[in-house]
Design a protein around this ligand. Structure first.
Ligand code: NDP
Length: 251
């Protein structure tokens, strides 16, 4: 059994939906205090309420992860409310599909800001907190798309997700002086509300093409994040783990 993270303060960006909500629930089930950071109030309130109804501790704060002042304010308020930040899950991301011919420079910049710049901003805002505490953990949600595979319409998305892994190598070296680790989870196809739009038949075909014959659950990503947050992972930093049911294995 992993060492308990009960009582630890965890920020989950994008914790109001999908994978982030799964991460938030997994951490809350272990007794952590979860701060959900997202833009939309309705989903964030609902996610926090679901966790509280299940006996956990969760609050939410409005935050645009692409905006430095917004990120700083969110981290400062979390420290006020929870007494610190032990673990940052930099998870929020967007994945609009646009082929390059139709992709505007603004489309590119928007995805880079929300997926990649945000990772830097969230880590930067937490550094003084980690420094003061003498410890910290960062878990980044990257993807297999970009670092390992490609997908038409996701040139900007793939570049942002590969960029996160490039960022974390140097970040791991810099954060080590604050006894802080940073690692990434690289999900494959995870079943979220967003995927439902693709239709039942498409999802069945997708699942059949995966060696473990199912789409990933949000909890699969939450559990990998939990490992990186645990004491047992104290000597692991600058690394990434693929959680994809074997999707990227060669035939
Ligand atoms: P969802 O669309 O289900 O959820 C995205 C979350 O991020 C929401 O809570 C959303 O809230 C938040 N968010 C988006 N933009 C911002 C912003 N600017 N500031 C703050 N919060 C923001 O996505 P997923 O759960 O599917 O994806 C989560 C992460 O997992 C992403 O980084 C994605 O790249 C990665 N991933 C997902 C895979 C999958 O199969 N689903 C596969 C591989 C990686 P709001 O809009 O209210 O701000």
């Amino acid at each position: 059994m992993l060492t308990s993270i009960a009582g630890k303060s965890v920020i989950v960006t994008g914790g109001s939906k999908g994978i982030g909500k799964g991460i938030a629930k997994v951490f809350a089930a272990q007794g952590a205090k979860v701060m959900i950071a997202a833009r939309g109030a309705e989903a964030a309130e609902l996610a926090a309420a679901e966790i509280r109804d299940a006996g956990g501790t969760a609050e939410w704060l409005p935050c645009d992860v692409a905006d430095w002042e917004s990120v700083q304010a969110m981290v400062e308020r979390t420290v006020e409310l929870f007494g610190g930040v032990d673990i940052l899950c930099a998870n929020a991301g967007i994945f609009p599909q646009v082929k390059m011919l139709d992709m505007s420079p603004e489309d590119w910049d928007g995805v880079m800001a929300t997926n990649l710049k945000s990772t830097f901003l969230c880590v930067k805002a937490c550094i003084p907190v980690f420094e003061k505490a003498g410890k910290g953990r960062v878990i980044v949600t990257s993807s297999i798309t970009g670092p390992v595979t490609g997908f038409p319409g996701w040139a900007h998305y793939g570049a942002s997700k590969a960029g996160q892994l490039g960022f974390l190598k140097t970040a791991a070296m810099e954060l080590s002086r604050y006894n802080t680790t940073i690692n990434a989870v690289m999900p494959g196809n995870i079943y979220t509300e967003g995927l439902q739009d693709l239709g039942e038949d498409y999802l069945k075909t997708m699942a059949a093409s995966i060696p473990l014959k199912r789409l990933g659950a949000v909890e699969d990503i939450g559990n990998a994040a939990l490992f990186f947050a645990s004491d047992e992972a104290a000597y692991v930093t600058g690394q990434q783990i693929v959680v994809d049911g074997g999707q990227i294995l060669p035939e």
